[in-house]
Design a protein around this ligand. Structure first.
Ligand code: PHE
Length: 445
């Protein structure tokens, strides 16, 4: 057997895993989902889920992946064949998320060029030009394909050289730009209303749907519930500190989401844009914000969309990697063949997703392909996947084995690991079950 590829360095792994977590989920999805679910209360519940569920599940995924040094499917199959399906559902999830994610990635890429071409010159038409763009049956598909080809180029080069290098350079850049935008937004008149909207919880509006949306967002944003972090953990050296890494990545992901909220909401309230604006939020609010600035606005907006594209890329390569690792480990494909096969299927799904914005293509319960792929993964599969991962770890692998992995054979010690184990064995599975059933009964958005 070939020696398993490993991360080139410690910082490389953290950057790649944080790169997987930080993506469109934080900058594009979090703000509009918070807006559609009432703001503060959603954010509050989301934060609770991040701490109690997200952190625990991520630690579990890293431990499971590194323990067997096998990716999503192998990590289950090598323990007990009856659990293989959890890994398979994860791979399926990888296909489904990649059935819409590259569409938005393509939008972000396109917006770099749109800004350069003078999008900000007519602030009044920024909203309508976004609508015209995404409903066009051809152009967004071309951008999506360009976006996917970049993914193929990165993933086909393998772990340390491709994914790691991209993450190392571009993650810090993203953080700096977001801080800049947030500061600018906060100086606008009336912007404090946006801060209040985001952080002042109004629990009267909370129902099962809001709670499920918050749980789904926590899983999606942290790349959990589908074996992605199992796969990344499988390339991790036995010397690394899993707890420290998990803490850093979780914190980083949450900070970026909140920063994205702070970059968006104050400006929206200042401009009088409705918080329920939906998927167009970043693509409309941010350009208008920069247009207001005049002079440097163009350069900053260009940098913003470059950073957004890169954040999306470091996430989508991790999604693609889950599927690719499956083809390599379980089907003995070469890395190149695995990458091209997986991306071709994803491209086809994405064409349906992209067309659904123009109202073209099949519908289910009145929803088009884009919404269906999003709903299925974010609201159902990821949370249920996370629950199965916890059940597998808690009941099948057991405390002793997991602790051995997490403490690096006893060389590290953390007293809270007892609480962590209790959480994943009982609390997380029960919580996910209750939230999922309630949310589904309420009928999701
Ligand atoms: N966490 C990524 C984001 O926030 C999306 C993702 C989900 C990546 C699941 C991998 C696995 O954009």
């Amino acid at each position: 057997m070939q020696k398993r590829e490993q991360w080139g360095s410690k910082i490389g792994f953290i950057m790649a895993a944080a790169g997987s977590a930080v993506g469109l989920g934080n900058i594009w999805k979090f703000p509009f989902t918070a807006g559609q679910n009432g703001g503060g209360a959603f954010v509050f519940i989301y934060l609770i889920f991040i701490v109690l569920v997200g952190f625990s599940v991520m630690l579990t995924e890293f431990a499971l992946g590194r323990r067997r040094q096998l990716a999503a499917v192998g990590a289950f199959k090598s323990e007990d064949r009856r659990w293989t399906f959890v890994g398979i559902v994860g791979v399926l999830c990888g296909f489904l998320i990649m059935g819409f994610y590259p569409v938005v990635g393509g939008w972000a890429l396109a917006y770099i060029f749109k800004v350069v071409a003078g999008l900000l010159n007519n602030p009044e038409t920024i909203g309508s030009s976004f609508d015209a763009f995404i409903t066009n049956p051809g152009i967004p598909i071309i951008w999506m394909i360009i976006y996917l080809v970049i993914n193929i180029a990165i993933v086909s080069r393998g772990i340390s050289s491709g994914i790691e290098r991209a993450g190392k350079i571009l993650m810090p850049l993203l953080l700096i730009i977001l801080i800049g935008i947030a500061v600018k937004g906060l100086t606008l008149p009336n912007s404090f209303e946006g801060v209040k909207f985001l952080f002042k919880p109004d629990f009267s509006a909370v129902d099962g749907k809001v709670v499920l949306a918050a749980l789904g967002q926590a899983f999606f944003s942290l790349s959990l519930g589908m074996g992605c972090m199992i796969t990344y953990g499988s390339y991790l050296s036995k010397e690394e500190n899993l707890v420290g890494n998990t803490g850093f990545i979780t914190a980083m992901d949450t900070v970026v989401a909140l920063l994205a909220g702070l970059a968006m909401f104050p400006a929206m309230f200042s401009f009088g844009i409705e918080p329920t604006a939906g998927p167009g939020l970043v693509f409309v609010v941010v350009p208008i914000l920069f247009a207001e600035m005049g002079g440097a606005g163009n350069t900053l907006a260009t940098l913003f969309f470059i950073a957004l594209t890169v954040a999306a890329l470091t996430s989508s390569v991790s999604l693609l990697e889950v599927v690719v690792a499956y083809f390599i480990d379980e089907r003995e494909f070469s890395r190149k063949k695995a990458t091209v096969t997986a991306s071709t299927i994803m491209a086809i799904l994405c064409i349906f997703s992209s067309l659904s914005f123009g109202g073209i293509g099949p519908k289910l319960f009145g929803k088009g392909a884009f919404d269906i792929f999003d709903l299925l993964t974010d609201k159902i599969f990821l949370a249920i996947g996370g629950m199965m991962i916890c059940l597998f770890a808690g009941w099948k692998i057991g405390k002793e084995e997991l602790l051995k992995e997490i403490t690096n054979e006893g060389t590290l010690s953390y007293s809270f690991l007892n609480i962590w184990f209790f959480l994943i064995k009982y609390i997380v599975p029960v919580t996910v079950a209750i939230v999922a059933v309630n949310g589904i009964l309420d009928g999701f958005h």
